[in-house]
Ligand binder design. Structure first.
Ligand code: DI6
Ligand code: FE
Length: 400
């Protein structure tokens, strides 16, 4: 291979040795060929990746991949000048996807989610986080999370599931949001945790969603049940979401367009990853950029994700997000790639992936490019020439 970035460092003329689902050595081609575990070099299954770039499997650490319906009518309304918040206040937005998702059979939700996840995998994504949050009843949230879990059984991908019961106030609880939070904390969360359906718990802290005290109740319950938390924070206004996420040692705080320096400092102290979502920023024509320079100044790790969802980010391409992270948020190619590998792994609480190093999962892909800049530069998709997940070759596109 030409280059093998381990962490954020690029190794020229590198090589990588795997056994079963693990990487056992990374180094120069000469070092690897001398590796003690290679007693019989002829037994080697060698793949020549000359003039190509080898990267850790990509991790999409924030998606709402399971949903029914589409929101193109709402897209038109926004083009006519109605805001995202107004649409939500009028009962559209998330609630309209909730109606469609509730009426959708589990098999139909699987079909939609598989087709979206397949497109992600074809770009080199090997781990996806998938949220619930379009059910808002115990039964429908269970249905969504079961669909999310099932993706692992049909595609070469690992899935991290997130319970997002506190995404929106469902219609039947209109004007009674505290009553809905009671249901989330006393019925939904305990049952979801008992069944092992969620790996983490998320909430939407915003004036069109839930208040700080309401999110606090959800997070206290999540911690009591042993589940880590993450938060949709400061997306549309500074609602002190970053501070709240940090207070609960959240794995990640996501969006963060309106976060101030005190919030950034709090994230640093808590070790919380800032997940930036340029797809939603672009699609909602947001004017306020997340405070990237403050994240740099305080050394808060930045991840990038698609936020794939039908309302604010109908984006399935993590490679497009890589480009958007650079163009819209001013990330360097190196920062952008770290955002979908090493920092995305941290945002999911994983230390076994995201870098090419001995002992990590053998999740990686090979691209016919010469540099990280070349990977980030095209607007749109670029197929990897090879993807390996858990040590298995899952796709190979012959060179033209
Ligand atoms: N913020 C988002 O960007 C998604 N959820 C959230 O809390 C959007 C969800 C939607 O509009 O359907
Ligand atoms: Fe989201």
């Amino acid at each position: 291979m030409a280059d093998a970035p381990s962490g954020a460092d690029v190794v020229n003329n590198g090589a990588l040795l795997t056994h079963e689902d693990k990487i056992i050595a990374v180094g120069s081609a000469e070092e690897i060929l001398m590796h003690p575990s290679l007693t019989n070099a002829s037994m080697l299954d060698r793949i020549d990746c000359k003039n190509q770039l080898l990267l850790p499997g990509f991790i999409d650490c924030h998606t709402h991949l399971v949903y029914a319906g589409d929101r193109s009518r709402e897209f038109e309304q926004r083009l006519e000048g109605v805001s995202y918040e107004e649409i939500a206040r009028l009962g559209g937005g998330i609630r309209s996807t909730v109606t469609d998702t509730r009426h959708s059979a589990q098999e139909d939700l699987v079909r939609g989610a598989v087709s979206r996840a397949k497109r992600m995998c074809s770009e080199g994504v090997t781990t996806i986080e998938v949220k619930g949050g379009y059910g808002l009843t115990l039964e429908c949230e269970q249905k969504m999370l079961r669909v999310a879990r099932s993706l692992e059984t049909v595609l070469p991908v690992s899935v991290h599931t997130t319970f997002l019961g506190a995404h929106a106030v469902p219609e039947e609880f209109s004007g009674r949001s505290d009553g809905y939070i009671d249901l989330v904390c006393s019925v939904m969360l305990p049952e979801i945790a008992k069944e092992g359906l969620a790996d983490s718990v998320d909430a939407f802290c915003e004036n069109i969603a839930f208040s700080e005290p309401q999110v606090r109740r959800v997070f206290e319950k999540a911690h009591a049940l042993g589940l880590p938390v993450r938060l949709h924070a400061d997306q549309l206004s500074n609602s002190q979401g970053a501070r709240l996420a940090a207070e609960f040692s959240a794995l990640s705080a996501d969006h963060l367009e309106y976060t101030d320096e005190a919030g950034v400092r709090a994230l640093k102290q808590a070790g919380t990853v800032a997940v930036l979502l340029p797809g939603a920023f672009y699609f909602l024509k947001e004017q306020q950029r997340p405070p990237v320079n403050l994240f740099r100044k305080h050394q808060v790790p930045m991840a990038l994700a698609t936020d794939c969802n039908p309302g604010s980010s109908p984006v399935e391409s993590l490679l497009l997000i890589l480009n958007m992270g650079c163009v819209l948020f001013g990330l360097t190619p190196r920062e952008a790639v770290a955002g979908i590998t090493v920092h995305a792994a941290k945002a999911l609480g994983y230390s076994d992936r995201g870098v090419l190093a001995s002992g990590k999962r053998a999740d990686f892909s090979v691209f016919e490019v010469e540099s990280l800049a070349q990977l980030c530069y095209p607007v749109g998709t670029r197929e990897p020439s090879m993807v390996i997940q858990a040590g298995n070759l899952v796709s190979k596109n012959p060179k033209p």
